[in-house]
Structure formats: C-alpha cells, structure tokens
Design a protein around this ligand. Structure first.
Ligand SMILES: Cc1cc2nc3c(=O)[nH]c(=O)nc-3n(C[C@H](O)[C@H](O)[C@H](O)COP(=O)(O)OP(=O)(O)OC[C@H]3O[C@@H](n4cnc5c(N)ncnc54)[C@H](O)[C@@H]3O)c2cc1C
Ligand code: FES
Length: 250
C-alpha cells in the first residue's frame, strides 16, 4: 500500500449522481480486482473508501455516487490537473480459482463498481454472467464494461430499464441454467442478505465485498469491524473487504 499524490485527469458525471474519476500516479501500481483506494478530500480529515474499477499502467479509475459532503466535494472541486492524495491498493480483492470456469457476478447500486474490475480481470479466461441492479434507468452506467463478459442482465427497481426487481431475483431465475462454479457479489446489506439466503444449501462458493463505514482504511481504528458466524470479528478494510458470504453475519 502506498500514499500517492496523484494527478486528476478526468472527473465527470456518468449517470444521475454518479461520477467517474481518473487519476494518474507517478508510477504504475499493481492492483487486484476488488481492491479499493482511500481518497483524501480537501477539508475532510477522514479519507473516503472507493473501489478501484480500472487500473491500467499508472491510470486508475474509480466511480462514486454523491452520498454526503465528502463525495459532493469530490465531484464539485476536483478538476483535471489538480492533485488528489490517495492510499492504494487496499484490501484483499476477489480471486477466482483455476477450476472455477463459470462465474456469476451479482451487484447492486455502487456495488457494481468493484465488479467492473472483476469482469475486466477475468473476461478472457472465464465465462462471466453478470446481474446488475440499479435504482432506475437514470442510474445505469458502465454498461460497456459490464458487457465484457458472456452475458449481462440489467434490472431496475422501477422497471424503467431491463427487468423490474433486484439483481438477486434476476440471478436466481437463471441460476440453474448457468450453473455457476462461484458467485461474486457486492451491494447493500439487504441485497447481500437476500443472496446469502437464496444460495443457502446449494453448495456454491460465494463471496461478497462489504461496504462498511471506514475510518483509517488500513486496519488501525476498528471502525469497520464486522461479525463472523463463528463468533469472531474481522476488519473489513484489512481482512476484507471480500469475505466468504456464508461466513459473515449480515
Ligand atoms: C471497500 C469500500 C468500497 C466502496 N466503493 C465505493 C464505490 O466504488 N463507489 C461508491 O460510490 N461508494 C463506494 N463505497 C461507499 C463510499 O465509501 C461512501 O459512499 C462514501 O464514503 C460516503 O462519503 P460522504 O462523505 O459522501 O458521505 P458521509 O455520509 O457524509 O460520510 C461520513 C463518513 O462516513 C463514511 N461512510 C459513509 N457511508 C459509507 C459507506 N457506505 N461505506 C464506507 N464509509 C462510509 C465516510 O467515508 C465518511 O468517513 C465503498 C465503501 C467501501 C467500504
Ligand atoms: S477502517 Fe480502520 S480498521 Fe478498518
């Protein structure tokens, strides 16, 4: 992990309330899919954790939704040629085993962003079946990236694009047809809970990236601790953010 003073190349709106920020680091940073960055935002003592969507050479792209004051400041004040302080790469990331050929990725809301990096990393060697859920048509973004796999099913809560309903429902309707060897997911807790319960008893390995509130992002403050089924705890920033879905309490 390194602290870098990166140069903003682009920071543009790509959907309702959602921005794509690309910055350049002085040297290339090796990043695994599902890892994240802590972005320093001027005026805010705590950095903001954001998944890395793309890392090509020394260019890194993250996508973020304006949620509160920090992400609003990020969208409104970081223009090309300005500098941004970033800590990266952080967390464990997703890994697909050599014998796991058919990979289902199930995302919802801002949870689609770490899965973009999974699709990019594995689309050439695996069969990727993507199920992505958005609030409405206005929130749909990164479609080109999400289509790199074998198939993509988009769902929206209001039915304004694709299927009406959640990505978990869309996935479960096709699970027997696609017979995934592994399921990778990210999204809000109710979505992950629904996925965990739908997969229970099927014996398919499933992993989820958690979006817990964070303080330091490097394992020191314990703000991000989550509970595991065996009664132990884990730091989402350092031990995760990716966990075996069957082993975490949601
Ligand atoms: C590993 C990880 C990856 C993430 N990836 C993305 C992404 O790719 N795109 C995206 O839009 N969002 C992502 N998030 C959520 C994002 O970090 C929050 O939306 C953001 O920190 C909100 O900051 P704010 O100042 O706008 O909101 P505020 O609510 O004002 O934030 C107040 C404080 O709470 C923290 N906080 C609030 N909500 C969250 C949250 N859901 N997760 C973690 N910390 C939070 C903030 O970092 C800040 O310290 C990710 C979170 C985690 C943990
Ligand atoms: S955010 Fe500080 S320990 Fe995880």
């Amino acid at each position: 992990m390194r602290e870098l003073n990166a140069l903003v190349l682009e920071n543009v709106r790509i959907a309702e309330n959602i921005y794509s920020l690309t910055f350049a680091t002085e040297e290339p940073v090796p990043v695994r899919c599902g890892q994240f960055a802590m972005l320093g935002v001027n005026g805010f003592p705590l950095r903001r954790p954001i998944a890395i969507c793309k890392a090509e050479g020394n260019r890194v792209t993250v996508c973020y939704q304006i949620k509160g004051a920090g992400t609003r400041t990020l969208a409104e004040t970081y223009k090309p040629r300005e500098h941004i302080s970033v800590l990266l790469p952080l967390g464990n990331g997703f890994e697909v085993g050599a014998g796991q050929k058919r990979v289902a990725v199930v995302g919802g809301g801002v949870g689609i962003f770490p899965l973009v990096s999974v699709i990019r990393a594995y689309c050439a060697e695996k069969e990727i079946y993507a199920y992505m859920g958005f609030r409405s048509r206005a929130a749909v973004c990164m479609e080109y990236e999400l289509r790199r796999g074998k198939s993509l099913v988009i769902s929206t809560d209001d039915g304004s694009l694709g299927r009406r309903g959640t990505s978990v429902q869309a996935f479960m309707d096709e699970i027997d047809k696609i017979a995934p060897d592994v399921v990778l997911s990210c999204g809000p807790v109710p979505m992950l809970r629904a996925l965990k319960s739908a997969l229970s008893g099927r014996g398919i390995p499933a992993y989820a990236s958690l979006e817990e509130r964070m303080g330091c992002g490097i394992g020191a403050c314990l703000v991000c601790v989550c509970d595991k089924n065996d009664g132990t705890h884990a730091r989402v920033c350092k031990d995760g953010p990716v966990f075996d879905l069957s082993k975490i309490v949601l």
